[in-house]
Design a protein around this ligand. Structure first.
Ligand code: FAD
Length: 453
């Protein structure tokens, strides 16, 4: 703690002066610096806040988020956001306080204060009305200026050390001392945006344990790429599963065939689990369930009923554009996707059916193999879940070593950690930015009151 003396009414008054250094100007770091500035202004305490960023400007990832439109947060109460956006119980528990302290409506109010109006889509995702992600970054830049945060760009922090109660922070060109350091250096994916894991190494140097980084919200590459005619095709509302040595993980949603494997919401969502299966068992097999609403017996019953009425119909004609819908009312319900015509020859081949087989000539065992294929069409063996392609990375600083009420390290007083650097990863839908803004805000609000005071 630095102590400065102000002359007040002829008397020397002792005022505690704090220097706060925030490393990383992404969503979490900017939010932390602004919250620290506001908390200092509210409490009348004097402090200096410096934000260090290795890029030439702040908010690089915000500017490319949501395909340049920035899905900034999601509709709902903090509890609903936690339930929809974070599937792992420990992560939900950890983030709860942060999301209540700085909620989605707090974020939207802050953006609105800078003239950024937002639009809520039917699926609950919230975007700037302008459709321009950079408007969010620009709003935060204005808020940083209003909070008197000193911003230093193009300087990569190389080292943070602690001697006594002070931190010594070294960049390529300069050195700083600080009472408090807030680490907000992000994850390790999309490394070209500046996230190369520097903060993780710094956290480790202070004795923090790290959960290995792995891909999340990432496409999945297969050993053998999907056949060229299927590239670009999508299955709507299908089941998507990965299996390794009797362990199975799955999701419901859209699957997109790509020239290297698979993408789309169901795949991105499951990619973290697939990456974990691969790291435990070396590999995993992927499957699509084209009728995820139904068990095998129910589907068979419907195929039989349909076949009895339409004996002369070729099975492949039936499959072409067959709704992958709930079967109540027969196959006429088209509320879901349909089986893409281009996929049908591959389904027929996989089930070993002759191209011109009709319902009346379909032998029992062939019907069984068709059922097996419809319920578990093999998509291939996973080659890689590419870490750098993930919209986020899972893993990072162990949550148990960070106080969820303040984001202060439980190991090093005065060190705060926030954002994607921590061992959580949310789903697609605005949850990751919200978590970064919320954990950053919580860290910044407590920085003046750290445990080392
Ligand atoms: C392509 C893409 C699209 C996305 N779309 C969305 C979306 O629409 N909605 C959503 O919720 N989430 C989205 N995300 C995820 C979201 O952007 C991140 O989870 C979020 O930005 C993490 O914020 P952060 O502040 O923790 O880290 P970051 O935003 O990554 O910020 C970390 C900052 O620290 C800096 N830094 C790192 N090391 C150092 C160092 N040594 N010295 C100085 N500075 C350093 C980095 O340059 C970076 O600016 C997307 C991600 C990607 C890659």
């Amino acid at each position: 703690m630095s102590t400065v003396y102000y002359a007040e009414g002829g008397m020397n008054t002792r005022v505690q002066y704090r220097t706060i250094l925030v490393v990383g100007a992404g969503a979490a770091g900017m939010s932390a610096a602004i919250a620290a500035g506001r908390s200092a202004a509210c409490s009348g305490r004097s402090c200096s806040i410096t934000l260090l960023e290795r890029n030439a400007r702040p908010g690089t990832k915000i500017r490319i988020s949501g395909g340049g439109k920035c899905n900034v947060t999601h509709r709902g109460t903090p509890s609903e956001l936690l339930e929809k956006g974070f599937f792992r119980l420990n992560e939900r528990r950890f983030l709860r306080h942060a999301l209540y302290v700085f909620s989605n409506s707090d974020l939207l109010t802050l953006l609105l204060s800078q003239g950024v109006e937002t639009l809520e889509r039917a699926d609950g995702k919230i975007f700037p009305l302008s459709g321009d992600a950079s408007s969010v970054a620009v709003a935060f830049e204005a808020l940083l200026r209003a909070s008197s945060v000193q911003q230093l760009f193009s300087g990569r922090v190389r080292r943070v050390e602690r001697k006594g109660k002070l931190f010594y922070v070294t960049t390529d060109e300069a050195s700083f001392t600080a009472d408090v350091v807030i680490l907000a250096t992000g994850g390790v994916s999309y490394s070209r945006t500046g996230t190369t894991g520097d903060g993780l190494a710094i956290a480790r140097s202070f004795g923090h344990s790290l959960k290995d980084s792995s891909a999340a919200l990432s496409p999945v590459y297969t050993v053998k790429a999907p056949p060229a005619p299927l590239s670009g095709l999508s299955l709507r509302s299908a089941g998507f599963a990965a299996v390794a040595e009797g362990n199975r993980v799955d999701r419901r949603g859209d699957i997109l065939f790509t020239h290297r494997g698979y993408s789309g919401p169901a795949v991105l969502s499951l990619s973290r689990d697939i990456a974990e299966l691969c790291s435990r068992f070396g590999s995993a097999l992927l499957f699509a369930d084209l009728f995820p609403e139904h068990g095998v017996a129910e589907l068979e019953e419907h195929l039989l009923r349909h076949g009895r009425k339409n004996g002369a119909q070729m099975v492949r004609k039936f499959l072409q554009s067959c709704p992958m819908a709930p079967l109540h009312g027969g196959f006429a319900l088209a509320a879901y996707g349909t089986i893409p015509t281009a996929l049908v020859p591959f389904l027929m081949r996989e089930a070993a059916l002759e191209p011109d087989v009709t319902w009346s000539t379909l032998a029992r065992e062939k019907r069984q193999s068709l059922l097996a294929v419809l319920k578990g069409f093999p998509l291939g063996r996973v080659r890689e879940v590419p870490l750098d392609q993930g919209e986020v990375s899972a893993g990072g600083v162990a949550l148990s070593e960070v106080n969820p009420k303040s984001m202060e390290s439980r190991i090093v007083p005065g060190l705060f950690l926030c954002g994607e650097l921590l061992d959580y990863a949310g789903e697609i839908g605005g949850f990751n930015l919200q978590a970064a803004f919320s954990t950053g805000w919580l860290a910044g609000s407590h920085a003046l009151y750290s445990a080392q005071e």
